[in-house]
Write a protein that binds this ligand. Structure first.
Ligand code: BES
Ligand code: ZN
Ligand code: ZN
Length: 508
């Protein structure tokens, strides 16, 4: 279900809070620690935000910290509510005041989320968050967005929830006037909605998720003015995207492959064309080289890349982002088996004409993407992104974050910086010439193989395989392998990379 965060307003700290006594608001106050006197015994930092909160509440709330031994340590929080107070208060600890400016943005989101999770949803219908009361803090937009996302996440419910909650949240952000921009609120709401769409698609149970689920999600974007083209003709896919077809051939009868294209064209001049290619493997059984137990579990999430690109383009269209033309591409298919499914030791053609030796039927994502990037390139983008739950190797290398690779380090570094500012944590991996050498096929009649030989560079050899599909090898391509972070440890979708990509497009 869409998130229940329904509206966001800004308020200047010079104005008093309007408090509805029938609906007691929750005041969210950031707290930092002071470690200057004694690093081993930090105390809470008396900040302008805290002073402002005490003035509004008319109650020396800080004293309660001592009672509870709360000092504002990172990840800790304190919920204070009593009948004498006109508001309840949630203090959110962000740790050492002196390290305030080095705090990674995703850790801000994490701290807010953790703190909110300690409060019952029904207490959260009216939220007032003190972002900052001084005019100098450039981080205000960054902080606001992370808080908005944390609140949005808190209210997110899957479509499968038995008793959807009735609560709706209304959020007021206290920032100084200079930073109080309704644009941030609008961007925040669009981000929350986009993340909810991505999570809904990924969380959908395996037995009801098909290529049609992605087709339907794409078609519903037409309402936003996006152009949606669905290639349903399997014969077209077979002749034009033969390597992608190879993955789909095991389910042609039950759930045939679909090639989905969603296009956003802004009004006015265009400075940049961006292609977003999302791995859209509906369910990855591994194929004939079947995944052993328990590795097949969570493979309903193997279409996270596709869900990501649909949700990003939804937000781009909602926000009517100017100057950037964006196209999302999804080569959607399950990786399943029937008597016609792909066999290891096959040699198949690709959109680019390179011949591929299939060594492993479970390395299917790259088979779909090598053709997808080649097709995307035909629309002449300036920059191509691939977003994929591609390799266990990336998950082992970087854990629950994005493994970031590219054939163009300038673009890669630019993306990493922006993504970080928007709350997505990326770690860079270099692709070497050796990675291209490693995927050369030893068979007559094949150019490349889909596994490589180097045991510990699986993420990079997979990336080099995808790059081999480009007609112009210098076309900038940024590859996000999100296999480690697409789901939480309790198997819930995370909407990884949505904020980073949306932020990047927004900043162009
Ligand atoms: N979808 C998987 C990758 C994956 C693994 C995603 C774990 C999320 C969590 C992919 O298709 C795959 O199976 N990759 C293999 C490739 C190997 C056979 C060369 C892998 O990484 O083990
Ligand atoms: Zn696989
Ligand atoms: Zn896969």
């Amino acid at each position: 279900m869409p998130t229940r965060l329904s509206s966001i307003q800004y308020q200047n700290p010079s104005q008093p809070l309007s408090i509805d006594s029938n609906n007691k608001p929750l005041l969210i106050v950031p707290v930092f620690q002071d470690k200057t006197n004694d690093p081993k015994n930090p105390t809470f930092q008396t900040s302008a935000e805290l002073t402002y909160a005490e003035k509004q509440v008319g109650f020396p709330i800080a004293k309660t910290f001592k009672l509870e031994e709360f000092t504002g340590g990172y990840g800790s929080s304190l919920y204070v509510s009593n009948s004498a107070m006109p508001v309840s208060v949630l203090f959110v600890g962000f740790g050492d005041q002196q390290k305030k400016n080095q705090l990674p943005v995703y850790r801000i989101h994490k701290a807010y989320s953790k703190a909110l999770s300690t409060v019952k949803r029904k207490e959260l219908t009216s939220l007032i968050a003190i972002i900052s009361t001084d005019g100098t803090n450039k981080l205000q937009d960054v902080l606001s967005l992370q808080l908005i996302c944390a609140v949005g996440d808190h209210f997110y419910e899957t479509r499968e929830v038995k008793e959807p909650s009735e609560h709706k949240a209304n959020l007021t952000l206290i920032t100084n006037e200079a930073a109080g921009k309704s644009a941030t609120a609008e961007f925040g709401l669009a981000t929350v909605k986009a993340r909810a769409l991505a999570m809904d698609l990924v969380n959908m149970p395996a037995n009801i998720k098909t290529t049609a689920s992605l087709v339907d999600a794409a078609n519903s974007l037409k309402d936003l003015g996006l152009t949606v083209t669905i290639q349903n003709d399997v014969e077209w896919i077979k002749s034009n995207m033969p390597c992608f077809y190879e993955v789909g051939r095991g389910s042609v009868i039950t759930d045939p492959p679909r090639w989905i294209r969603v296009h956003y064209k802004p009004a006015g001049s265009i400075k940049q064309k961006i292609a977003l290619v999302g791995k859209s493997v509906i369910f990855d059984t591994g194929g004939y080289q079947v995944k052993p137990d328990p590795y097949m579990n969570t493979m309903k999430a193997d279409m996270t890349g596709g869900a990501t690109v649909l949700s990003v383009i939804q937000a781009v269209a909602t926000l009517k982002i100017p100057n950037v033309e964006v196209t999302a591409y999804l080569a959607a298919t399950p990786n399943k088996i029937d008597s016609d499914a792909m066999l290891p030791d096959s040699i198949v053609n690709t959109s680019s004409g390179k011949k591929v030796e299939i060594r492993h039927t479970d390395a299917e994502g790259r088979l779909t993407l090598i053709d997808a990037v080649n097709q995307a390139e035909k629309d002449s983008p300036d920059l191509i992104f691939t977003i994929a739950t591609l390799t266990g190797s990336a998950a082992r290398a970087v854990g629950p974050r994005t493994a970031l690779m590219s054939n163009n380090n300038e673009w890669r570094d630019k993306f990493a910086k922006i993504a970080e500012q928007y709350g997505d944590s990326c770690q860079k991996l270099d692709i070497l010439e050796e990675d291209f050498e490693d995927i050369k096929s030893k068979l007559d009649g094949a150019d490349i193989n889909n596994t490589g030989h180097e045991k510990y560079r699986g993420a990079q050899t997979a990336a080099s395989f995808i790059l081999s599909g480009l007609a112009d090898e210098n076309k900038p391509l940024i590859h996000l392998d999100v296999a480690g972070g697409d789901m939480t440890t309790d198997e819930k979708a995370t909407a990884i990379a949505v904020r980073g990509l949306l932020g990047f497009i927004h900043e162009q």
